[in-house]
Design a protein around this ligand. Structure first.
Ligand SMILES: Cc1cc2nc3c(=O)[nH]c(=O)nc-3n(C[C@H](O)[C@H](O)[C@H](O)COP(=O)(O)O)c2cc1C
Length: 303
């Protein structure tokens, strides 16, 4: 018996619950030498802004104990080039394509969402709200429930297609921002984005990253992310896409048991380009070994 790995994140049907996380998998096409994209439940693109961006100068990525810090600075091709060049090529592959979106103003978020809305071959939009709001003195949109509600409302008006809001873990109580996203019509929440941190080159007495701080990801954050998934599961009714340090199927199961319908694999792609495919295959084996017919039977079943 082949187990059923398919899941539904609201209206988005995924053949398996494993997607690749934004910023760790380019636009998907870069990974064609390593896999068929159809082996994945879906891919989430690098964050898209109205105009192309170069990102930060180096150093902008550094390995840390059980993880990495990055300060890429949201380098991307811009939404127009994505729609003209990347999405048409992605469409040929049988996998769900999710566009990750960010902006420095509400107007920028709305502009990108309007352009993406209904684009053929696009399954959903994921809002990266971990971005400084230049109109509000650099306050991070996603770190304040009221600001998150406002940006979600504006994007909800701008796009009819499935809208996922990706939550920042750099908050006192993630349930508040999850509830704000749900109240403003998000179809799902994804969590978590990276934790802000830094590392210092002690010999030079300088920050390692040119940006000083960066986002921590990888196994180092997994227990924090699993706990946040459980908290959000108890606070909202919309589906959850869980992530943070997933390297193996066992890790993915932690998020699924805590309440995630689907998961994303990020930092693991830097170690092994096929990591997400291995996670999906590992989930299938796990179900087969235990005689469980569908992965959906496990979602949120933590005792
Ligand atoms: C190099 C790098 C770039 C990232 N870029 C984005 C991005 O553009 N948008 C976004 O929402 N998250 C971005 N993230 C966050 C990841 O999508 C993910 O939320 C985080 O890394 C936790 O998952 P992981 O531990 O499996 O990597 C980035 C992460 C890394 C490591």
């Amino acid at each position: 018996m082949t187990p059923d790995l398919s899941v539904e994140v609201g209206a988005v049907r995924l053949k398996n619950p494993v997607l690749t996380a934004s910023g760790t998998f380019g636009y998907g096409l870069e990974f064609l030498p390593f896999m068929q994209l159809s082996e994945l439940g879906g891919i989430v693109t690098k964050g898209l802004s109205p105009k192309p961006r170069q990102g930060n100068p180096p150093e902008r990525i550094v390995e840390t104990p059980a993880g990495m810090l990055n300060a890429i600075g949201l380098q991307n091709v811009g939404v127009d080039a994505f729609l003209a060049e990347k999405l048409p090529a992605l469409r040929a592959h049988d996998t769900a394509v999710v566009a990750n979106v960010f902006g420095e103003t509400e107007g920028e978020y709305v502009e990108v969402c309007e352009k993406l809305d209904g684009a053929p071959g696009l399954a959903a939009i994921e809002l990266n709200v971990s971005c400084p709001n230049t109109e509000a003195g650099g306050m991070i949109f996603g770190n304040d429930p009221a600001a998150l509600a406002k940006i979600t409302r504006a994007c909800r008006r701008a796009a009819r297609m499935p809208l996922w809001v990706k939550l920042s873990p750099n908050v006192t109580d993630i349930r508040e921002t999850a509830r704000a996203a749900e109240a403003e019509g998000a179809d799902a929440v994804s969590l978590v984005n990276t934790f802000v941190g830094m590392t210092i080159d002690v010999a030079r007495a300088r920050p390692v990253l040119a940006n000083v701080s960066g986002g921590l990801s990888g196994p180092a954050i997994r227990p924090l992310a699993v706990w946040m998934t459980l908290q959000v599961r108890r606070a909202v009714g919309i589906p959850i896409i869980g992530m943070g340090g997933i390297m193996t199927a066992r890790d993915a199961l932690e998020f699924i048991l805590a309440g995630a319908t689907a998961v994303q694999v990020g930092t693991a792609n830097f170690v092994k380009p096929r990591a997400a495919v291995d996670v999906a295959e590992g989930l299938a084996s796990w179900l087969t070994q235990r005689g469980i017919g569908s992965i959906r039977e496990l979602v949120g079943t933590l005792r």
